[in-house]
Design a protein around this ligand. Structure first.
Ligand SMILES: [Zn+2]
Length: 246
């Protein structure tokens, strides 16, 4: 931790980086801010999420792009293929380093005293996301999918017991837990089951009108995303079924 700047100044630097669209700097300022004892506010958690997403996305995309190119390169000679492979591995190592740094900060935040249930769910979601990103790429580490599952499952449990069905952290974690089921564990049935159950609970909660406070913009955004995903996955499943029938 630097003695030069205060925690607030690191947050300010992260905001400036966001405006300048310099996301690698943004995440690094947020990681430094996370090292201070004071916990992230809701606004700061949103900054952290944005920095996490925007800083990892380019390398995730790069690895996916190169993998799809590699699939079409099977007629190429070996030295050329090896060159493409080591290029992908180089980007993979950068992604691994990024996720390691974020995981370290997340564990540090989870261990802070008097952490709120909502923060706990938030950081367990980020932890699951980090491992899911690593599981998405073929880095030869077979544990990452299990680690992602473990983090999401723990967060999901805590969210179900303590948070309102419309809570944005609960819904975001549910959504990404379902994405893990669908994309990484190749289990569309459970992705749809878990997602649909949470959608029903959220909709019933809206109808019950007993909790006005939790119905904010982020909530509806997280709910819409989950609804869209479950609709799409259900549609794809019925498509597969139809193909089998005919
Ligand atoms: Zn509520």
């Amino acid at each position: 931790m630097s003695d030069i700047f205060s925690r607030e100044q690191f947050i300010e630097l992260a905001k400036i980086s966001e405006k300048a669209q310099r996301y690698n700097e943004m995440i690094s300022y947020m990681l430094t801010a996370a090292k201070f004892n004071q916990k992230f506010s809701e606004e700061e958690r949103n900054l952290f999420s944005l920095a996490f997403k925007k800083s990892t996305q380019p390398r995730r995309n790069a690895c996916t792009q190169i993998s799809s190119i590699q699939e079409k390169q099977d007629q190429e000679v070996e030295p050329f293929q090896n060159c493409i492979q080591s290029f992908k591995q180089k980007i993979g190592r950068e992604l691994l380093q990024q996720c390691d740094d974020i995981l370290e900060a997340v564990d540090n935040c989870l261990n802070k005293k008097n952490i709120t249930t909502e923060s706990k769910v938030y950081f367990l979601k980020i932890k699951g996301d980090c491992y899911r990103i690593l599981a998405e790429q073929d880095f030869g580490n077979t544990h990452t999918a299990d680690d992602a599952f473990e983090a999401y499952a723990l967060g999901f449990d805590i969210a179900l017991q303590n948070l309102c069905p419309l809570n944005s952290n609960r819904l975001s974690l549910t959504n990404n837990f379902c994405v893990l089921y669908y994309e990484i564990l190749h289990d569309p049935t459970n992705a749809c089951l878990i997602g649909q159950k949470q959608i029903t609970l959220a909709l019933n909660h809206i109808e019950a009108k007993d909790c006005e406070r939790c119905r904010d913009f982020t909530t509806s955004k997280a709910l819409c995303l989950l609804v869209d995903n479950v609709k799409y996955w259900t549609y794809l499943q019925s498509e597969n079924y139809a193909h089998e029938e005919f």
